[in-house]
Ligand binder design. Structure first.
Ligand SMILES: [Zn+2]
Length: 175
């Protein structure tokens, strides 16, 4: 008896959470053959058909040496894409390099450099939308141009490649 009483509010909560979904997913009344997009499609690589030229190497301490992002191969003027939905919080020069930063849900921020921006601070972007073009000159790039792609939550630097690996994993600082 006691267990059944506890279940009632849980079911009510679950019903309330699920209620808006059918109205959005199936207005046409079709057979339901088209499944909703999988959850891991929230992120995309900012440079299609690229490969990693230098991996993420977190520093031993906040001021230590390391590589606070991943480098992706490209070529000059390659279009760079937003990795996920968000809002541009910065597009401009940092220490002589053009940088774009995007804030996402869950306190995540991605950064892209060197990128000549086609967006400005305040621009709302969606996954895969262009944010600018790649410039040459990133440190230790073995090809004609590399995108340095960074991911942070607060002050913690994370490996951006974890965004692209299904199933989605918890994002924790690398040790
Ligand atoms: Zn780099």
């Amino acid at each position: 008896m006691r267990a059944r009483l506890l279940l009632v509010p849980l079911l009510l909560v679950a019903t309330a959470a699920l209620a808006p979904l059918p109205a959005v997913a199936g207005p046409s009344g079709s057979s339901g053959a088209t499944a909703p997009a999988p959850a891991q499609a929230l992120w995309t690589t900012p440079v299609p058909a690229s490969h990693v030229t230098r991996p993420f190497q977190p520093p031993q301490n906040p001021f230590g040496a390391g590589h606070r992002g991943v480098d992706l191969s490209g070529s000059p003027r390659t279009q760079v894409l937003a990795a996920g939905d968000g809002v541009v919080v910065f597009a401009g020069m940092v220490a002589g390099r053009p940088v774009v930063s995007i804030d996402h849900a869950d306190g995540l921020r991605t950064t892209y450099e060197p990128v000549d921006p086609s967006v400005a601070a305040g621009t709302r972007v969606t996954r895969g939308s262009p944010i600018g073009t790649l410039a040459a000159g990133h440190d230790r790039c073995p090809v004609s141009a590399c995108l340095h792609w960074g991911l942070r939550r607060g002050q913690a630097y994370l490996d951006p490649m974890t965004l692209l690996r299904p199933p989605r994993v918890r994002l924790l600082p690398w040790r």
